[in-house]
Write a protein that binds this ligand. Sequence first.
Ligand code: PCA
Length: 211
Amino acid sequence: MPTLLLTGFEPFHTHPTNPSAQAAGALNGQTVGGARVVSALLPVEPHAAADTLRSLLDTHRPDAVLLTGLAAGRPHVTVERVALNVMDFNIPDNAGRVYRDHPAHTDAGAPSAYLSTLPLRAIVDAWKEADLPGGISNTAGLYVCNFVLYHALDCLSRSGRAAVPCGFLHVPANAEVALAVPEDRPPLPYLPQDEITRAVRVALEVVGRGL
Ligand code: PCA
C-alpha cells in the first residue's frame, strides 16, 4: 500500500494549539484513498523543521507528501501553489529568531521558487463536493511553512523524486485558537476542528487516489 506522509506543526506565536497538528494526529495510521497515512509533527523553527522533514522523507520514502500548517486569519482551507526562496518573518519562530530578507536556501544555484506538485484544482473541487469551501493560495507567506515547503520540494527534486506529489495545505484557526485572541484584537475566522480534519482527509483522498 502506498504511504502518504502528513505533517502538522507545533503551536507557535500566541496560539494555544495548532489545528494542523490535531488533524495530523487524528489521521495518523488511517487508510485514506487507498494509502496509509503516516503523520509527524514539525517544530516551528525553520532549520530544525527541514532537518526533521528530510529524515522523514528518507525513513518513510513516502509516495506523496502533504504538509499542513495554521494560517490564522484565513477564513477557509487553502492549498498552496508556490514556495519562494525567501524568509521574511513578521513574528519570531519558536526559538525566538527572526529572519529578514533572507534566502530559504543559500546555495547559489537554488531556484527562486518551487511549484507545488499536488493536484491543486482537484483538491479544491473535492472540497467543494464535500461542502467544504476552500481555494488555491498563491502565497504560503514567508515564514516557517513556506520554508518547509521549499525544502521539501527541493529535497525531492535533488534526490530524483520530483515525481512524488508534494505540497502544503494551510488551515484556518479552530475554536480554541479563536477563543484565545485577546478582546482588544480583531476576531479570527475559525472552523470547528472536525471540519479542519475532514478537509485534510478529503485532500489526502484526492492525492491517494492519484497514486
Ligand atoms: N503556520 C506557520 C508556521 C507554523 C504554522 O502552523 C506558517 O504559516 O508559516
